[in-house]
Every structure is written in structure tokens, then in C-alpha cells.
Write a protein that binds this ligand. Structure first.
Ligand code: FES
Length: 100
């Protein structure tokens, strides 16, 4: 298997037991998985997407992290995802949406 250049983790609020019920899931995180996947394909980015458990930034969710850069983004919307993926294409972060 060839390692992707970027790995994007999207919080889907999974808990050790039971169904995902956290903030990101309630704010539409499941839909972002599909949206980010399509955005990656549209831009021809070498990236893969995985969903994660709570990233502990619930008050700023929906949240995602881009590796290997370690860029943490919050308060995701489709518009923000578009900007983030456009910037990623150029190897840049969208500074104003970074959580840390
Ligand atoms: S539920 Fe997403 S950061 Fe906590």
C-alpha cells in the first residue's frame, strides 16, 4: 500500500461504548466525510479521510485534523472545507480557521 501524502481525520464523536452522540456528530460530521471525500477527488489530492472519536475540542466542532502537518480545524462548514482543501492543494493552511 502506498502511503497518502495527507491523512485527514474528521471527528465523528465515537465513544468507547454505544453510538456516536457527541457534538460533532450532532452538528453534521457524518455529512462532512462524504463532502471531504468528494473535495479530495475533485482536486486530485493525494489524501485519505478517516473518522475519529472525540478530539476533545467539542465546543469548536465539527473538527478535523490534517496530517502530517497537524493542522487542527474547527467549526467546519462546507465553505470552510472548500477553502481548506484549496489551500491544502497549495501546501498551505487556512490560518484563520486553525484551532491551534
Ligand atoms: S465530539 Fe468532536 S471534538 Fe468532541
Amino acid at each position: 500500500m502506498k502511503k497518502p501524502k495527507h491523512h485527514i481525520f474528521i471527528c465523528n464523536s465515537f465513544r468507547l461504548s454505544g453510538e456516536p452522540q457527541g457534538v460533532c456528530n450532532k452538528k453534521g460530521a457524518p455529512g462532512f466525510m462524504q463532502y471531504v471525500e468528494e473535495g479530495i477527488l475533485d482536486r486530485g489530492l493525494d489524501a485519505m479521510v478517516s473518522s475519529t472519536g472525540c478530539l476533545k475540542v467539542c465546543d469548536r466542532g465539527p473538527a478535523m485534523v490534517v496530517y502530517p502537518q497537524g493542522w487542527w480545524y474547527g467549526e467546519l462548514t462546507e465553505e470552510r472545507v472548500d477553502e481548506i482543501l484549496d489551500a491544502l492543494q497549495e501546501g498551505k493552511a487556512v490560518e484563520e480557521y486553525l484551532l491551534c
